[in-house]
Design a binder for this molecule. Structure first.
Ligand code: 1GP
Length: 237
């Protein structure tokens, strides 16, 4: 499938919701009606089939596109518009790059809606994040390391998405900008530590797609301001 046909190719702003966290109907309504380009469902811990189905069916009342980041085979739920399969690029533990994914594909490969499924090459860059601890990610990449990882992900592996993940901490926008400039086919996702319009704008200047998570639960009003902030910034090359 060409990137041009992919649902996510025009996404500038995405809200990420964690099935393991509570959100009221009122807050979910505000998130889904905010004008964001999509809702991404995913989390590092406590994600189950049941809490994923529950969240999906609540989001499904709205027209906003809804995608699932499948990080465990138990929580692979049918009915989403799109599926993302994370591959962690900056870990020595091969199970997180391909091992677990291959294990799941042995069982479910024939049932996957391939036309709506894409790999995400993850660079986990906040060592304190759950995902970094879980996967043993080497989160201290310098500019040269980033370049090498982008060459690997974009030029050699032709991954459609590279996700610079700083979850819980605002990242190094110079590195993100550098990565966006280097990619030739991949879309550069950025997520981490966006707590309002100002950081959203900075991230939008650096990345193709800006992902906003935690602040939805901590300060909904601030989260909602990120939608317009991102939409006002032209997409960086
Ligand atoms: C998390 O990248 C997303 O996977 C968003 O990060 O929760 O820090 O906004 P935050």
């Amino acid at each position: 499938m060409e990137l041009q046909q992919a649902i996510y190719k025009d996404w500038r702003h995405v809200f990420k919701l964690d099935p393991d966290r509570e959100i009221s109907d009122e807050h979910l309504d505000a998130v889904c009606m905010s004008g964001t380009d999509a809702i991404l469902v995913g989390g590092s811990t406590g994600v189950t089939f049941d809490n994923t189905v529950d969240l999906m069916s609540r989001i499904r009342r709205y027209e906003v596109p809804c995608a699932l980041e499948v990080s465990s085979e138990e929580a692979a739920v049918p009915g989403f518009d799109h599926y993302f399969i994370p591959l962690v690029l900056n870990t020595d533990r091969a199970e997180w790059l391909a091992g677990r994914q291959i294990g799941a594909l042995r069982k479910f490969g024939a049932f996957i809606p391939w036309e709506n499924t894409a790999a995400e090459g993850y660079l986990i860059l906040n060592g304190d994040a759950e995902a970094a601890k879980l996967t043993g990610a080497c989160s201290t990449l310098d500019a040269e390391d980033i370049t090498a990882h982008i060459y690997m992900a974009d030029r050699l592996m032709h991954l459609p998405i590279i996700y610079m993940e700083y979850s819980g901490k605002f990242g190094d926008m110079a590195l993100v900008k550098q990565a966006s400039r280097l990619v030739t086919g991949a879309r550069l996702f950025y997520g981490g530590g966006i707590d309002g319009a100002d950081k959203a704008r900075q991230a939008a200047e650096a990345a193709h797609t800006v992902i906003v998570g935690n602040v939805i639960y901590d300060d909904l009003e601030a989260a909602l301001t990120t939608v317009t902030a991102v939409s006002e910034v032209p997409v960086p090359k």
